[in-house]
Design a protein around this ligand. Sequence first.
Ligand code: UD1
Ligand code: UDP
Length: 365
Amino acid sequence: MKCAVIVGARPNFMKAAPLMKELDRKGIEARLIHTGQHYDREMSDLFFRELSLPKPDVYLGVGSGTHGVQTGRMLPKIEKALVRDKPDLTVVVGDVNSTLAGALASVKLKIPVAHVEAGYRSRDTGMPEEINRIVVDNISSLLFAPTGEAVNNLVKEGIERGKIHMVGNIMIETLLESLERAKKSGIMGKLGVKEKGYGLVTLHREENTADRKRLKGILEALGEIDAPLIFPLHPGTRKKIEEYCFEGAANGLKMVRALGYLDFLKMESNAKFILTDSGGVQEEALVLGVPCLTLRYNTERVETLEAGGNILVGADRDKILENAQRILRDRNFERKMSRCKIPRYWDRKVSERIVKTIVSFKSRV
Ligand code: UD1
Ligand code: UDP
């Protein structure tokens, strides 16, 4: 059996790494296609090294662009690679434009698609990722769901129950596998912070960065929090901050380059709290027992809210400040947010469950 695994953006790499290993362990040939959606060293190469991902068999170099341009550039290039390789199955992960293009190019060639991280829904179709999730789930033959809620979403949308497999959260498998190595990172010393002595910030979502006023409001609110904040910048956010001339807008914030995975894990594990609009970081914070304030008005990671480790604060200054200050001053509140129940199957066996299902799928077709 032969698979094509498609990646392109930072959060894809943590999801593909355990899969590539497990496919190899089971003797399944897997070709890795990298679209080149993310291309800076700290958004791509660094993760290949840290996660021991094999060098991509095919690199498409599509780069940045509007959604239409970026996705459009990917389609013929992915198609060409799939026509040449003739895989029995294409595996896509997450919800980025590379996920959409990979799935679309594949089904049009009548190559079945497996979607890892199927069924998440924010119910906000203004989010580019929500469109990607809905389309990819509807054209996939194997849907690997991370939570029971994700399974329910798919069933409610009329997707055949037999296609859906609740396997757990693959990003958490990578996290659990990497924690020991992350402990050795010297990043905290380099940034001059101590255990539980800082908040960690990430921000890159289009809804927060495309609007000058909204981004300025968030940065100003962060500047009012009574704690040092470390803010590893996604290169897209850095460009926006420069374009809007915000340098120095938030005094308490220390902006640094985007971090590699192990350094970032070290910073996450030791933070007093996390402020983020990332999808994956909400999940990682829950598992690491670090209170998370999400700079969005909705989330597809609803299980983090239900567990009690995550609060939606949007771009609302008062909500951001009130909750951050409460974590800093109210021990009981902080403790409640950091001792939450972890969803089922968020463990080290996710890739094993996925590959087992892939093998039995192959024997059925
Ligand atoms: C993409 C995903 C988003 C995901 C995020 C993870 C889509 C629709 N969005 O958003 O779901 O959470 O990746 O990080 O796929 N840039 C660089 N260097 C790079 C990559 C990007 O400078 O290596 C800059 C470019 O100016 C680019 C901008 O970042 O225009 C946005 O990049 P893009 O891949 O379009 O979207 P992300 O915001 O990264
Ligand atoms: N991450 C990282 N360095 C950073 C910021 C994030 O390694 O500077 C990791 C983080 O630990 C998680 C993943 O990137 O595993 C999340 O990706 P991102 O926030 O870019 O995308 P999203 O999950 O929002 O799609």
